[in-house]
Design a protein around this ligand. Structure first.
Ligand code: ZN
Ligand code: ZN
Length: 251
């Protein structure tokens, strides 16, 4: 079977329900790479024109170049319609994680300026106020050491940190559970199947060689460069979308 026949064969078995998405994907990625097959080389030879479509030169070497490329698996999953992960997330928002208010707590403070930045000095066996000792000029004070600190109600920094840790853990657990639910949902299987169908359509088009043109080496290199730039832009866009989605999830 040549690569196109293999695709058609996989497609007919998928449509008949004889192949799962995973089996089909495995079959499509196994076997010889299509560009290594004699069939591929023959197709190219047959379609190669006599002059470069861009600059018109007829001097060899001339190459046959595809002007259209199949979507990546990831793009296919994204485009497989409303049954994708993005849509699932929107229809299954995570419950809000409670962040209870942490009341102020009794903390040791400097008896002169009230700062909480006090510490015990082992050698001198007394306490010191780091603000009074080395804070901003207008905050410093001379009696920055004292035998005992005062106590006062202040923000419970440790309590807040602990509360935030607990909230983050709860959020992550909810988020993991939602992802698992998606993987186990009928929508997920439908999404995979639709994406597989898009990929098969793409490869049928690609292997039909309809979107090809003859180019000289130099024009081909220039086109490749443009294609790479386009892909890089797409990759950057995707990274930004993911970052934005994660940021939204934090709110
Ligand atoms: Zn050219
Ligand atoms: Zn002080």
């Amino acid at each position: 079977m040549n690569p196109l026949e293999r695709i058609l064969d996989v497609e007919s078995r998928v449509n008949a329900g004889a192949l799962t998405v995973d089996q089909a994907a495995a079959e499509l990625s196994s076997g010889p790479k299509y560009w290594h097959t004699p069939w591929w080389k023959a197709q190219r030879k047959e379609r190669l024109g006599v002059s470069c479509a861009t600059c018109g030169t007829a001097s060899p070497p001339l190459v046959l170049q595809h002007t259209w490329h199949p979507r990546s698996w990831r793009e296919a999953l994204q485009e497989a319609g409303p049954l994708n992960w993005q849509g699932w997330r929107e229809r299954h928002p995570l419950p809000k994680v409670e962040r209870p208010t942490v009341p102020p707590t009794e903390r040791p403070v400097c008896p002169t300026c009230g700062s909480v930045r006090v510490y015990y000095r082992k050698k001198a066996k007394d306490w010191a106020c780091s603000v009074g000792m080395s804070g901003a000029p207008h905050e410093r004070h001379s009696d920055h050491t004292f035998p005992k600190p005062a106590t006062a109600l202040r923000t419970d920094t440790l309590g807040i940190r602990k509360r935030n840790r607990v909230a983050t853990g709860k959020y992550e657990a909810l988020s993991r559970a939602r992802w698992q639910a998606w993987l186990n949902s009928p929508e997920y299987r439908e999404n995979q199947l639709n994406a597989l169908r898009l990929r098969i359509e793409d490869f049928k088009r690609y292997l039909s060689f309809v979107d090809t043109k003859t180019l000289c080496r130099r024009c081909a290199a220039r086109e490749d460069h443009r294609h790479i730039l386009r892909n890089q832009r797409r990759a950057a866009q995707r990274t930004m979308e993911i970052a934005r989605a994660e940021f939204d999830a934090l709110e």
